[in-house]
Ligand binder design. Sequence first.
Ligand SMILES: [Ca+2]
Length: 202
Amino acid sequence: MEYIRHYVANLFSDIFKDHKKKLQPKEMADIEKETGFTENQIERLYSRFVSLDKGNYGFLTREDFMRIPELAINPIGDLIISSFFPERSNSITFPQFLHVLVHFQQIGNRNGEGLTSRMKKLRFAFNVFDQSCDGYITKDELLSVLQMMVGSFVDEKEISDVAERIMLEADADRERGLSFDKFCNALAKTDVEKKLSIKFLD
Ligand SMILES: [Ca+2]
């Protein structure tokens, strides 16, 4: 999972610039409760949301995300952007935006057992790989993410061998692929909480 951390690190630095804009107290209280972000964090994230929302629609599109330079040039930028969007949707609202960002939050979240839990992070990582959203990571899906990450620097055969070994070691089902349970088992010894966290607010 080290590569996930590597590729998403700093991705969101551009999102968290300060802007002045207020949310309604009721909206603020609801969002605080749901996500565990502090009022100050939510205000800053809201300002960033508004500034990314070029059309002033009240939601963000994939095109809005592509204007974040770190995402536009990221080899798995498309996958990361897709993970923000509910299935078949091309827009996300501010609360949805926060629910995804919470996965990148390591500390400073009062709701430690909630959305930032290890399980949620594993689920997020799993979904990045499971591009068909069928609940299994096939060797081809794993391969395509690996290929995007290493580009043309590594021999295709070599990447394919790596993918094969990962599937084997994780004890993936030959037909369907790697289930979420097996995925979690394979990562049981890694500190996913730390590796999938990005310090995006001070
Ligand atoms: Ca799949």
